[in-house]
Design a protein around this ligand. Structure first.
Ligand code: TYD
Length: 140
């Protein structure tokens, strides 16, 4: 049996913000601001209005999602509990632990979703079918 409260482990983390009249900086360091060693960074951009991204879970991968620009919603679902988190500031990150189904939606125009990930891209780590995800959660 998998853990049932993974959604509760997916918390918003306040990130450092170095404020300056000429603009701000948010520096992120592995195992300090991000609760894992960062192995990969990618970002979603030019997302057409109405698009839904994600629609999968990861077996092992952990991620921190940041609205580097604009805003979007993240639906997270551990098979028992669901919540929707709105990300709209570059100094907050949503930690999404492994075993959690996620969908990204309601992207504002020009939004950039920065993703810090705990491992390299591996298609084998994805669960892309929701029924398969439910089986994975219940049967481990
Ligand atoms: P996917 O993770 O399914 O996108 P999203 O969840 O945002 O809708 O990735 C879309 C495609 O991009 C898929 O064919 C795999 C590829 N991809 C990589 O090759 N490397 C990566 O690091 C990522 C995140 C995706």
């Amino acid at each position: 049996m998998k853990k049932e409260n993974l959604v509760d482990d997916c918390i918003i983390r306040e990130l450092p913000k170095i404020h300056n009249r000429a603009g701000n900086i948010t520096p992120l360091t592995s195992n300090i601001h991000v609760p894992f060693a960062i192995e990969r960074v990618y970002y979603l951009y030019d997302v057409p209005g109405g698009s839904v991204r994600g629609g999968h879970a990861h077996k092992e991968l952990k991620e921190l999602l940041v609205a580097a620009s604009g805003s979007f919603d993240v639906l997270i679902d551990d098979g028992f509990n669901k919540k929707i988190v709105n990300l709209n500031r570059p100094y907050y990150g949503l930690y999404v632990t492994s075993g959690v189904w996620r969908e990204l939606l309601n992207f504002s125009s020009g939004a950039i979703c920065l993703v810090l990930a705990s491992s390299k891209y591996s298609e084998a780590d994805y669960i892309r079918d929701y029924d398969e995800f439910k089986l994975y959660i219940h049967e481990g």
